[in-house]
Design a protein. Sequence first.
Length: 202
Amino acid sequence: MASYLSEKLIKSETTIPYNSHMNGRAENAINVLTLISRCLLRQGKLAKPMWVPAMRTAAYLRRLTISKHDDRKKTLHELFFGKKPDVSCIVKFGCRAYIKINTGGDKLDNPARPGIVVGFEDEIKTGYHVYVKSARKTYRSVDVTFDETVIPGVTSEELGLTTKAQRDSKVLSLEEARLTEVAAADARYLDSCDMNSVEEGA
């Protein structure tokens, strides 16, 4: 991390452990995202190990909403890009999704797989992150249809975490998570996604 900050000409200032008030603005931002993530997990009936895509979605939605404490009454997206965000692509987090997966098999096979919406693609307007239980994998695609009336949910057992030790090893305390830890988990999550399912130019 030190080499990365140095390369990007970023000055890092550390704080004393367990003194969150020393970094109040960042701590408040993390707390807001934590609260949103908690709501998303409960809404989607998702196990705690799915907190990384929930945190990503929380950050995504936070950029598209107006803070009641901001007198400018503009979203973070509008302040940065100078235009109102398009929210027409937003669907219910955790809802049933049917994603087209190109397996290269028989053309008569059904290419659609049932999955669960666990995020939105930043780079592509209508791109979605869909978790497929049968494959235990997250796919990124634009070929997705939704049924927002169905919330399938995901348990720890369905994630392959059958023992308490496995579940505990996957669950991080969001309240104590630091920005660097979230960024590292975010990178691991993106690396685990199937990049081949994204159709460029959509």
